[in-house]
Design a protein around this ligand. Structure first.
Ligand SMILES: [Zn+2]
Length: 239
């Protein structure tokens, strides 16, 4: 190390006293110095790699890496979803173009305010209604939110949804449903926080402006998602 340092210093001194016309020698001394610099840089780089603290840390969203969202999403296996029927589903085949908000009252589910198991049961009952009652390939919505602000994964987002009306209305349209009747009740603060977070995330991931967030009633003749939730969505999208 000391020998290298002396050589380096000597190189610099020699370079300083060399006559200006001696380009060949100067450039060979310079390349010696450059080689030394490269070796030093390599040594420093190897040292950095051994010490994790010296490396810049990549931002992490640990638990949610699988969904690409910053919100905790309860996966289908967690609420014990039934399997989908791929023969009755259509692949999205493009980018998502809009998001439509619903309330679950349209499919006759009860309002749930409590535990995970109650909400999971409500989500299962919606799936049963969609699979067995409507004969669809899976639950129609892509995400569902309960009164405690828990977000449940519905239909996987590789599939077109079934929530807005006909296949033209469902085309590249993400469906988000809040559990409850929001013609009569007001969404809880926790569910509003979760809905805002989910809409922000989905808009960021799929590059959608706020104006691409719809009420079900914007697309079909229905009261869904109820006047209280509709007012919230209008305020969110600034309309
Ligand atoms: Zn709806």
């Amino acid at each position: 190390m000391l020998a290298a340092r002396i050589t380096q210093l000597l190189g610099v001194s020699l370079l300083l006293i060399l006559p200006s016309g001696c380009a060949g020698t100067k450039s060979s001394l310079r390349s010696d110095l450059e080689r030394q610099d490269v070796r030093n840089a390599e040594r420093l780089s190897a040292k950095r790699q051994q010490s994790p603290r010296a490396l810049p840390r990549a931002p992490q969203k640990p638990a949610q890496a699988a969904t690409g969202l910053s919100q905790k999403v309860y996966r289908r296996s967690e609420w014990k979803a039934r399997s989908h029927n791929a023969k009755k589903l259509d692949v999205v085949g493009g980018t998502w173009e809009k998001i439509t908000v619903h309330h679950s009252d349209e499919v006759g589910t009860l309002v749930f305010n409590g535990s995970f198991s109650e909400s999971a049961q409500a989500v299962r009952s919606i799936q049963r209604h969609h699979l067995d009652g409507n004969g669809w390939g899976d639950i129609g919505y892509h995400y569902l939110i309960d009164a405690r602000g828990r977000i449940f994964e519905g239909r996987e987002i590789r599939w077109q949804g079934a929530h807005a009306g006909d296949s033209r209305k469902n085309r590249r349209n993400l469906g988000v449903c809040l559990l409850g009747d929001f013609n009569h009740g007001v969404p809880t603060a926790e569910s509003r926080v979760a809905l805002r977070g989910l809409l922000d995330d989905l808009r960021e991931v799929h590059r959608l402006p706020r104006s691409k967030v719809y009420l079900h009633s914007d697309l079909s003749n229905t009261e869904c998602p109820g006047r209280h939730l509709s007012a919230w969505v209008r305020s969110y999208r600034g309309s």
